[in-house]
Ligand binder design. Structure first.
Ligand SMILES: Cc1cc2nc3c(=O)[nH]c(=O)nc-3n(C[C@H](O)[C@H](O)[C@H](O)COP(=O)(O)OP(=O)(O)OC[C@H]3O[C@@H](n4cnc5c(N)ncnc54)[C@H](O)[C@@H]3O)c2cc1C
Length: 502
């Protein structure tokens, strides 16, 4: 893998010094950190970003999915939420964070969610009208546009749209942060055409050109503080080189944006907060493989171009997912080798779909002081079981209406189903522990709020008890959203820095 060093981005860990000083230290370069740092740098502040993962520009991406997953994801993309059933969670670990490996959907926060946050969590000034200016600016900078279904591409989404039309279900074209997407279908492993407008392509570049420095392969291990003032980060060089090496960074102000799992972990390890990580909210994804009676050539397309929103207020969305043999094999793994081989023999007739739900289940982040990674435990809320079953039933109806002739459900121990009757039989026998659930959206582990007893950060984004620590990532969202969170995270980060700069 080639590593190119851009000006102000130190990609080679061997080039890192033993100590740094800056006015603002931003930990983490995902959407939450990048917006904050870019905005501070544009205001003339001296900004230093540090990022645990490496720096991988577009030229370094390959079509080798396994290599790219181990390069761009934390722990090779497998962070289990321990519970019954276990949930496979994935997050990015590279300069740009999750924006490098995500589907590039940039949705505005649903208005009813913001209303709830304003009324129940006291988030004055975070209503739809007030946040609009941030969304408009974000959408412009990321070239967010409604993805069109082109001739001969995204037939999987087109079929879904037809099915929704037949059932008279509401749908919408997805707003995506892409420039000239050519349907390469490698969104989750680094966009090889460079179409995706990740943080690396946008906010981090502008921050660097405004003088911000970005140090890759440097993990914040601990924050040093005294009497409510944070002053220094002890970092560890985490990339290639001569093994662990310590780096000290002194700062005036700190922005923590390590993502929804790592932020509370760092806060707890550093004794900055006792309540961070007590409750983590997330979305659940249920993946369904569908076989059609004629080719849909799903590989020629991209992710999530159409979103079925009929049950959005209930927290349920349906979309087509990325399609490559790797993803299909992972989805079908609980059906065994025979099913995987059958799929490969009829590859062009298959497509992958996802039902995303906003569950009631909650997780807790467990941090031990000597552990590098947090442990996440969750408890399946009993109300989520009928909710999952109902969602799968709706997905099956939709997919049969879309022309699918056989469905492979995310339920261990079931056989592929060819009708709603077969679906009902399969699902009636499904045990709670048999659902195959994945998640790529976590949030709310250091929630913002006006009540000090119920929130970890105040409505200015400040960590309670500290005047010079801001948090600007997915952790601060008061609850799960029921929609893709990147747009919301960026808008919140932007609002916090606007307030901070006055
Ligand atoms: C496969 C996939 C698809 C997705 N699709 C979409 C989508 O289409 N639309 C959408 O809205 N959302 C999507 N998401 C979710 C979205 O990417 C995340 O919600 C978002 O990236 C979270 O932003 P963040 O800034 O909070 O954290 P992150 O993006 O996770 O960034 C945090 C960064 O901090 C770094 N870090 C962590 N700990 C430390 C430390 N101690 N020291 C230094 N650095 C550290 C991490 O390595 C990481 O790069 C997807 C996620 C995945 C995994």
């Amino acid at each position: 893998m080639t590593i190119k060093t851009d000006e102000n981005i130190i990609a080679d860990p061997n080039n890192l010094s033993e100590s740094y000083e800056c006015e603002y230290l931003v930990i983490g370069t995902g959407p939450g950190g990048s917006v904050a740092g870019a905005k501070l740098a544009a205001a003339g502040k001296d900004v230093l970003f540090i990022e645990d993962g490496g720096y991988y520009p577009t030229e370094s991406y390959t079509t080798d999915i396994s290599t790219m997953i181990s390069t761009l994801y934390r722990d090779r993309g497998i962070l289990p939420f321990v519970g019954k059933p276990a949930i496979a969670f994935a997050e990015g670990r590279c300069v740009g964070g999750g924006s490098v490996i995500n589907g590039a959907l940039i949705w505005r926060t649903p208005p009813w969610v913001l209303e709830e946050w304003v009324t129940k969590h006291g988030l004055d000034g975070y209503d739809t009208r007030s946040l609009k200016k941030h969304f408009v600016s974000i959408e412009e900078r990321l070239n967010v546009n409604k993805h069109k279904i082109e001739e001969g591409a995204n037939l999987d989404s087109y079929r879904l749209m037809q099915g929704a039309g037949e059932l008279k279900w509401k749908y919408a074209f997805a707003p995506r942060a892409v420039k000239e997407c050519i349907n390469e279908n490698y969104c989750p492993t680094g966009c090889i055409s460079g179409a995706k407008q990740s943080m690396l392509q946008t906010y981090l570049r502008s921050a660097a050109s405004d003088g911000a420095r970005v140090l890759a392969n440097l993990r914040a291990d601990k924050v040093i503080h005294k009497n409510g003032v944070a002053s220094e980060v002890r970092g560890v060089v985490s990339g290639v080189g001569e093994g662990p090496r310590a780096v000290r960074i002194k700062f005036d102000k700190l922005v923590v944006a390590c993502g929804p799992l790592q932020t509370p972990h760092l806060l707890r390890r550093s004794s900055l907060s006792k309540s961070a990580g007590r409750s983590l909210e997330f979305h659940m994804n249920l993946k369904i493989a569908a076989r059609f009676d004629k080719p849909v050539n799903a590989e020629k397309g991209t992710i999530f171009t159409v979103q079925i929103q009929e049950f959005e207020r209930e927290g349920v969305l349906f979309m087509a997912s990325n399609y490559r043999p790797h993803y299909m094999a992972m989805t079908l793994s609980h059906f065994g080798a025979k099913a995987v081989n059958a799929m490969l023999d009829n590859y062009d007739d298959f497509a992958l779909y996802v039902a995303m739900i906003r569950p009631r289940s909650r997780a807790t982040i467990i941090t031990s002081l000597d552990s590098r990674s947090p442990l996440v435990r969750y408890k399946l809320d009993p109300a989520d079981v009928p909710y999952i079953k109902l969602t799968l039933a709706r997905a099956a109806r939709l997919l049969f209406a879309s022309g699918a002739v056989e469905l492979y459900l995310p339920v261990a121990g079931t056989r592929p189903v060819k009708s709603m009757k077969e679906f009902d039989e399969a699902i009636s026998r499904a045990a709670t522990g048999s659902f195959e659930i994945i998640s790529v959206h976590a949030m709310s582990s250091a929630p913002m709020g006006s009540d000090p007893a119920k929130s970890v950060v105040d409505t200015e984004g400040k960590l309670r008890g500290f005047e010079n620590v801001l948090i600007t990532d997915a952790s601060i969202l008061p609850t799960n959203i029921g929609e893709s969170p990147q747009g919301t995270i960026m808008a919140f980060s932007s609002e916090i820095i606007s307030r901070h700069l006055g």
